[in-house]
Design a protein around this ligand. Structure first.
Ligand code: SF4
Ligand code: SF4
Length: 345
């Protein structure tokens, strides 16, 4: 990994250099909230606002996506014609970079890579940025507080300057053309360490840091806790919509009014939806909130970990804010914290 330092006032030039070559998505302020959007000017960027409630997954896995069109009269389908335009995600937080890494694992790196996701993902550069945790952030608990891979540049704020980690030749060339990157001094390396320590100390200490969460979940799989948690669920699916790592989808054939032509679409789906696990004949493998919420938490904190060595939850805290029933991984951590206290462990 190559490290360089740039001054904070060089940032607009860097963003502009990316904009000259790509569409650039960055965090902007809109109606009092931080959102990721295509920007028109480097001045639009609000790099250090709160984490956007909508994640970056929509740029690789759109909420609604046409896979192909068909014509019943000619019994034909169109070829795969995805509109892929090179993109830069500028200002991705470490949790969101790790979330994209998890999506890559699920959708691009297995034996059956998703061609739609892969095409959009491969046309994207990622510029990460350091952040300070909000009260709902727990990326440090699930091992997603640092982005070690998955970006092209990473900008660590060291006070009026950025220590830039460079991970791709393309991004290095753009950095070189737009800024005056220099080798870090000893003082700047120390400033980097201090910034990292300040961030580690800023996490909400009321969020329990439970070790061996996956093993504990297996041990308490049948506990009444899941009835209580699932009983509260409204099946609104807000948690999955905001989650940067939820990737379940449904496939639907939409017919045009003629009844002869149409398109196959995929749309986001959610395991907290009552019909998600319903099959032909009407049987539902997860008929109640208990089964659905427990399944979601197991996939996030246990099942994906067993298969891929990483939890699927990256601790971004979005579902903590989005869920009106106060259901989130933090509730699971608190349950095990209380268990440990009552069991005297
Ligand atoms: S489960 Fe919640 S905290 Fe974890 S990645 Fe998804 S939205 Fe973020
Ligand atoms: S867990 Fe919360 S956000 Fe998710 S579906 Fe249930 S009520 Fe909605």
């Amino acid at each position: 990994m190559l490290y360089r330092v740039i001054d904070a006032d060089e940032l607009p030039s860097l963003a502009k250099a990316f904009m000259d070559r790509y569409r650039v998505v960055a965090p902007v302020q809109k109606n009092g909230e931080s959102v990721y959007e295509i920007i028109e000017s480097p001045d639009d960027i609000d790099l250090f606002g709160p984490l956007s409630m909508t994640s970056l997954k929509k740029y690789f896995l759109p909420p609604r996506e046409t896979l192909f069109t068909f014509d019943a009269e000619t019994n034909s389908v169109t070829d795969f014609t995805q509109d892929v335009q090179p993109l830069v995600l500028f200002g991705a937080h470490p949790c969101d970079i790790n979330a994209i890494n998890r999506l890559d694992t699920a959708l691009m790196e297995g034996p059956y890579a998703d061609p739609y996701y892969t095409a959009l993902r491969k046309a994207t550069l990622i510029v990460g940025v350091s952040c300070m945790p909000s009260k709902d952030c727990f990326c440090h608990v699930v091992g997603a507080d640092e982005a070690r891979v998955g970006y092209d540049l990473f900008l660590q704020d060291i006070g009026g300057k950025f220590l830039v980690s460079i991970a791709s030749v393309e991004a290095a060339n753009i950095l070189e053309s737009a800024c005056d990157p220099r080798i870090a001094t000893d003082e700047e390396r120390i400033a980097f360490r201090e910034a990292t320590r300040r961030r580690q100390e800023a996490f909400n200490k009321e969020i329990p840091d439970i070790q061996e969460i996956a093993m504990l979940m297996d041990a308490f799989h049948k506990d009444a806790f899941w009835d209580e948690l699932g009983g509260r669920c409204l099946s609104c699916t807000a948690c999955s919509s905001v989650c940067p790592t939820c990737f379940c989808f449904d496939i639907r054939d939409e017919l045009d009014p003629s009844g002869k032509t149409g398109r196959r679409e995929r749309v986001w789906d959610a395991c907290t939806s009552p019909q998600f696990a319903m099959v032909a004949g009407g049987h539902n493998f997860r008929p109640d909130g208990r089964n659905r919420v427990r399944h979601r938490m197991y996939h996030k904190l246990n099942g994906f970990l067993a298969k891929h060595d990483h939890m699927l939850c990256v601790g971004c805290g979005r579902c903590v804010s989005a869920c009106k029933a106060q259901i989130s991984p933090i509730e699971v951590f608190k349950f095990f914290e209380a268990k440990e206290a009552t069991d005297g462990r």
